[in-house]
Design a protein around this ligand. Sequence first.
Ligand code: SAM
Length: 179
Amino acid sequence: MGERLDVLRLGYRRGRDPRITTHLALVARALGADGFFLAGDEDQDMFDNLDSVCDRFGGEIETGHVSGLGHLKRHIESGGVAIHLTMYGEPFRQAIPKIRRDRPLLIVVGGAKVPGDVYKYSQHNVAVGNQPHSEVAALALFMDAWFGESGSERQFPDARLIIEGVNGGKIVHDNSVEE
Ligand code: SAM
């Protein structure tokens, strides 16, 4: 197993961002993140929702509400590497070989407005194309390039719902039910 990888979402607004941020958290979980942290408004319902996905589909992801810049600074001061995803960064395929893999990684994604200090503190500002698009797409493409197949093809232990079959319809086994 490699070093820990966490995702930090800055500037969360409970009124406007729950759906896209849930998608961001689901992508983080599905592609191999160990933790998903929110800065901005608190939203326990979103974390509960994520716990419920882990409960049914297996695995676990740590969640928590943090102060954005404080969390970023502490991560770096404790020896971690921070990658800020931004359209103004270095192209991701070019940046990835330069990022050390022997340290815990924090991937930072922005919200409506990203404080300038995030660019300054992060050791890597990384772009997934130089057009504005979505934090979900940026995270997914970055994590796929970072982990390769071991990200999207990973197994999740202790799944309660296992979905089998593709063409001939789906069989759903609920492992929590005695057969
Ligand atoms: N209007 C916001 C701004 O000016 O920063 C853009 C917000 S964008 C929807 C939210 C986040 O998605 C950004 O902070 C960044 O982390 C990520 N993002 C969007 N486009 C990106 C790109 N081309 N490369 C890397 N990350 C990107």
